[in-house]
Design a protein around this ligand. Sequence first.
Ligand SMILES: O=C1C[C@@](O)(C(=O)O)C[C@@H](O)[C@@H]1O
Length: 144
Amino acid sequence: MTDTIFVLNGPNLNLLGVREPEIYGAETLDDIASRLEDRARPLDIEIDMRQSNHEGHLCDWLHEAQSSGAKAVILNAGALTHTSLALYDAIKSIKTPVIEVHVSNPAGREAYRHKSYVGMAALGSIAGFGAYGYELALDAAAKL
Ligand SMILES: O=C1C[C@@](O)(C(=O)O)C[C@@H](O)[C@@H]1O
C-alpha cells in the first residue's frame, strides 16, 4: 500500500527562491516538491505538498493528515513556528507524527526565532541544511 506524507508549508514559503535568497537559497517550493517526489517514488510514498499563508489552513491540514491516514507530516510553518499556539495544539491533537523543517537555522538567527511552538510539539526537527532539509525529513519520515 502506498503511504502518503503531507508536506505543509506556511506563510511566505510560496516565495522561496525569490525571498531573501542569501538566507533561504535559490530553490523554489516547486523544485523542492519535484525532488521530494523523485525521492519518494522508489519508497512507494506519495507526497502531498501544500502551502498556505493562513494559520487555519495549516491547522485544518494537520487534522486532515490524521483523518486521511497519512503516514507523517513534514511541516515548515514559517514565522508561525515562533508564534502559533494553535499549531502547537493542532500537532498535539493528532497522533500522526510531525517533523519540523526549516531551510535556515532559526536557532542561529534573531532571538525572536529561537522559540518554536512547532518544535515543542513535533517528533523531531531539522534545520539549517537549506532545501535539502526537506529530503532529510522525508528519509526520517519513511523510516517511521
Ligand atoms: O519563514 C521563515 C522560514 C523558516 O521557517 C525557514 O524555513 O528557515 C524560518 C522562519 O524563522 C521564517 O519565519
